[in-house]
Write a protein that binds this ligand. Structure first.
Ligand code: PLP
Length: 436
């Protein structure tokens, strides 16, 4: 591609100016590897964008999408439905913790988050507690890019350009100096959940609708919850009648070696958001799953029967192609015992990643399931530059890894082999050694 052909596309979350001088273009993908425009094989160290844990080009998913496109390419999402929407909703509930059994479809993770936040507010209003509108996120949290998600999000670079958002407060993050280089869940830091008590003291629970957290913060660089932390959040939310939302857009469907983060950590939220791995990334789709009682409350207080109980939804909610892809992807996840494979390989990733402790500039390493990240020290006050350079060096060596803020992140395919783990971690180590 020449420079002129690349000008119209304003790329998301990308340094467009640098990219267009030296583009990285994928033309095909199979299994764990991309083929780039120069014909090179590049290892997919982030499963796309935490999307393609089952690997690329899975025949069953490809065929399901093609069949569906020929049979029913679209059907109106409002007041009509198609069979696979019901089938997929039902299938999803089988992966959810007990009691989470109502599924609302969206087109992405960001839409799932904003849907969840709107459901939370509407729920309290329907219960006659319309003052409960305030939303609480967490510093370093990532909840997509729509206005609700941006407001509860806690990564400053994603917020600072956009001005006033939705009323929100933020819990502190759990990445303490004491917890640096923890393997899996850190032992210290559960008390950071108690900051919620301060926010309740400040605003009163009668003004707070919901708390939203990722069970493991993904985009900020794989920050597993301290032991006991999520339990404490759950306990405080229950005690004060605040809805607890887990944003499982990354942790849902296998990455933690469990169906959900909720299952992995043994804590059940009231509402849970999903996307990415739901269709193995093959067609955009998100979902919100709620406790039965939340759904029932909307039905019981929906007004006359012809009235819409929740005036919310997307043209592409439960899109037939996405439903077909989702059904095929969840079938594979189960049939191929993917959770077991993730659990088997997670310790290999842990050992490999933590072998980088002691490398120059590395100030922390974290891991959970088949996700891991390391933090690199800033250079001349620029926190982003070293990870950015490491990711570029890895790309040149034939490895796609993610640089996010001051971190390098890995989200490996569920079927990754030991030698692939060694190879990608070696490439990161080598790239770090080449840094200034
Ligand atoms: N929530 C979490 C936890 C995410 O990691 C992401 C994306 O990375 C989102 C929400 C937003 O999803 P999407 O990019 O599909 O809108």
């Amino acid at each position: 591609m020449n420079q002129n052909e690349m000008q119209a596309y304003w790329m998301p979350f990308t340094s467009n100016r640098v990219f267009k001088r030296d583009p990285r273009v994928m033309v095909s993908a199979q299994g764990h590897y991309y083929t780039d425009a120069d014909g090179r094989q590049v290892f997919d160290g982030l499963s796309g964008l935490w999307t393609c844990g089952l690997g690329h080009g899975r025949t069953e998913i490809v065929e399901a999408i093609c069949r569906q496109a020929g049979e029913l390419d679209y059907s109106p999402a409002f007041n009509f439905a198609h069979p696979k929407a019901f089938q997929l909703a039902e299938r999803i509930t089988g992966f959810m913790p007990e009691g989470l059994n109502r599924v609302f479809f969206t087109g992405s993770g960001s839409e799932a988050v904003d849907t969840a936040l709107k459901i939370a507010r509407a729920y309290w209003r329907k219960r006659g507690q319309g003052g409960k509108t305030r939303l609480i996120g967490r510093i370093k949290g990532y909840h997509g890019v729509n206005f609700g998600g941006t407001s509860v999000g806690g990564i400053v670079g994603n917020r600072l350009l956009y001005g006033q958002g939705v009323d929100a407060d933020h819990l502190p993050h759990t990445m303490t100096a004491q917890n640096a280089f923890s393997r899996g869940q850190p032992q210290q830091g559960a008390e950071r959940a108690d900051e919620l008590l301060n926010l309740i003291a400040l605003h009163d629970a009668s003004n707070i609708a919901a708390v939203i957290v990722e069970p493991v913060a993904g985009s900020a660089g794989v920050i597993p919850p301290p032991q006991g932390y999520l339990e404490r959040l759950r306990e405080i939310c229950t005690r004060h009648d605040i809805l607890l939302i887990f944003d499982e857009v990354i942790t849902g469907f296998g990455r933690m070696g469990a169906n959900t983060g909720a299952e992995a950590f043994g804590v059940t939220p009231d509402i849970l958001t999903l996307a990415k791995q739901l269709t193995n990334g093959a067609v955009p789709m998100g979902a919100v799953v709620t406790r039965d009682e939340i759904y029932q409350h909307f039905m019981a207080h929906g007004g006359p029967e012809h009235m819409i109980e929740l005036p919310h939804g997307y043209t592409y909610s439960a899109h037939p192609l996405a439903c077909a892809a989702g059904l095929a992807a969840l079938e594979l996840l189960e049939r191929d015992n993917m959770l077991e494979r993730v659990r088997g390989m997670a310790p290999v990733l842990e050992v490999a990643m933590h072998s980088l402790k002691g490398a120059a500039h590395v100030t922390d390493i974290r891991n959970c399931g088949l996700a891991a990240a390391l933090t690199l020290a800033a250079r001349d006050g620029d926190a982003v530059i070293r990870p950015y350079e490491v990711a570029l060096k890895c790309w040149r060596k034939g490895f796609y890894v993610r640089s996010g803020g001051d971190t390098i992140q890995l989200g490996l395919p569920f079927t990754v082999e030991r030698q692939e783990i060694d190879a990608v971690v070696n490439a990161i180590g080598e790239s770090i050694r080449e840094l200034e």
